[in-house]
Design a protein around this ligand. Structure first.
Ligand SMILES: Cc1cc2nc3c(=O)[nH]c(=O)nc-3n(C[C@H](O)[C@H](O)[C@H](O)COP(=O)(O)OP(=O)(O)OC[C@H]3O[C@@H](n4cnc5c(N)ncnc54)[C@H](O)[C@@H]3O)c2cc1C
Length: 391
């Protein structure tokens, strides 16, 4: 919608097709109904992509400040919640309404629900066979998003079409998603459901694929596993079979805090409970076999074991909670196939891919929408600038 609005307002004849009854459903449900529409601090370091740095030029040309200008123009009240994250004061519906108004200002034809049955390429044009008839266009822009939340219309349309045209696709997997554990992978987690605390959490493998990352955010223990911002962030880097690492102490100076002279007479569990939620302190102390002992009575090896449990707890998640619970898709159309200035598929002139269907995944906090706006802007302005046939 954002891309269509810009193109329409600059004189292109634009037809927007969507198979959904209602447009902008992901926007509507985003940010707990208030849409975290951008992040003031958005920069290339907030994205995962096998094409490292691919998102940088689009974000530079359409930074968060530009989208904030648009929001202000529509008099949508907003606030900053945490670390640059901007949310609507009232409702995410305001963003959908704004995008529809932008399309109307550009006389964009909106058709939905429409099923796209087939896409064919002829010499100069793209031909779409749809439930609303046949449409022919000089440029075709794929903005059908990623796979999360199939219940509100997510499909693999862009990925399937790409594969059928021999455009490389990075295997998709759920990102920004809670991690699941079974009692075989971790014991004692059930007792801790509801515990929430700030932690440092690391996932991924340095130098491989998307690399590794360390997040300092809140973590929530649930009946199914781990959730909360730290876990969602780390999940995008995590891959099946790998371990994650959690510093439950959130980086406190262990040696200073647990110096012999300070806590020698106290029980390990009680000392831990000074710095961690009581229930977590109990489980960690039990699992490292020191709960009933005073600090001064714990040997060097057991102390080290406890320190390891608390500051670098390594565990292999059993999986994620999947596409139903994921906020974003990691992977997608390989950026090596795209021109970073225009988002055009290099091997198929006139075909463009923008937003979440591309292998660019933002961190939590408004970065995914900022990528959607920025890639849409890059595509629209390149089409306007190219003087390509205006439909
Ligand atoms: C619960 C949840 C909360 C989120 N919260 C935030 C947030 O606060 N901030 C943030 O930055 N990101 C958030 N995200 C991520 C963000 O919503 C997406 O990254 C963003 O919407 C991607 O935009 P897009 O235009 O590429 O795709 P989408 O917004 O998914 O739009 C794709 C459109 O294509 C249509 N479509 C799909 N398949 C077909 C088909 N076969 N034929 C025709 N039409 C089709 C869909 O109906 C849809 O309208 C959230 C995601 C979820 C699931």
């Amino acid at each position: 919608m954002f891309c269509a609005g810009i193109l329409g307002q600059r004189g292109h004849r634009v037809l927007l097709l969507d198979h959904a009854e209602t447009l902008g459903e992901k926007i509507r449900i985003s940010g707990g109904g208030r849409c975290n529409f951008t992040n003031r601090d958005c920069g290339p370091e907030h994205f995962l992509s096998l094409g490292h740095g691919f998102a940088a030029s689009a974000i530079r040309r359409y930074p968060p400040s530009r989208f904030i200008e648009l929001i202000r123009r529509y008099r949508i009240a907003f606030h900053e919640k945490h670390r640059g994250q901007l949310f609507c004061d009232d409702s995410s519906k305001q963003i959908v309404d704004m995008l529809v108004a932008e399309c109307a200002a550009g006389s964009v034809t909106l058709q939905h629900p429409v099923q796209v049955m087939g896409v064919e390429k002829s010499a100069q044009a793209w031909q779409l066979n749809t439930s609303s008839g046949q449409h022919i266009a000089s440029a075709l822009i794929l903005a059908t998003g990623g796979l999360p939340v199939p219940a509100i219309g997510a499909t693999a349309f862009a990925l399937d079409l790409a594969r059928s045209l021999d455009i490389p696709v990075v295997a998709p997997r759920p990102g920004l998603v809670p991690l699941a554990f079974t009692s075989e992978t971790v014991s004692g987690l059930d007792e801790l459901a509801g515990v929430s605390l700030p932690v440092m959490m690391r996932a991924g493998v340095s130098g491989q694929r998307y690399g590794d990352a360390l997040f300092q955010e809140d973590l929530l223990i649930t009946h199914k596993g781990l959730s909360g911002p730290a876990v969602l962030q780390a999940s995008s880097y995590w891959q099946e079979g790998e371990a994650i690492e959690i510093d439950w102490s959130n980086g406190f100076a262990w040696d200073e805090r647990f110096a012999e002279g300070r806590i020698g007479g106290r029980y390990a569990e009680a000392a831990l409970a000074d710095v961690l939620p009581g229930r977590l302190a109990k489980v960690l102390a039990q699992q490292s076999s020191v709960p009933e002992r005073k600090w001064a009575e714990i040997g060097k090896r057991d102390r080290e074991r406890l320190r390891q449990w608390v500051t670098s707890w390594r565990v292999k998640p059993a999986g994620t909670l999947g596409w139903k619970k994921a906020e974003v898709m990691v992977g997608g159309i390989d950026t090596s196939a795209l021109d970073a200035n225009s988002m055009m598929v290099k091997s198929h002139p006139g075909l463009y891919c923008i937003g979440e269907c591309v292998d660019v995944t933002g961190h939590l906090g408004g970065h995914n929408f900022q990528w959607a706006w920025a890639s849409a802007y890059a595509c629209a302005t390149s089409l306007v600038g190219s003087g390509q046939k205006r439909s």
